[in-house]
Design a protein. Structure first.
Length: 48
């Protein structure tokens, strides 16, 4: 595999880990406001 693909895989793994860390124990918040959840993920992916 080339470095670009490996870096993308690593980024996705970091994002999924962060989502797990941020939302474990807050599942109700995710269920009650999925739009807000999507915006939070977008801000995270954009580095904000």
């Amino acid at each position: 595999m080339d470095d670009i693909l490996l870096n993308k895989v690593a980024m996705i793994e970091r994002c999924l880990k962060r989502i797990d860390e941020d939302y474990t124990g807050h599942e109700g918040e995710l269920e009650s406001d999925p739009i807000d959840f999507a915006f939070k993920i977008k801000r995270f992916l954009n580095g904000s």
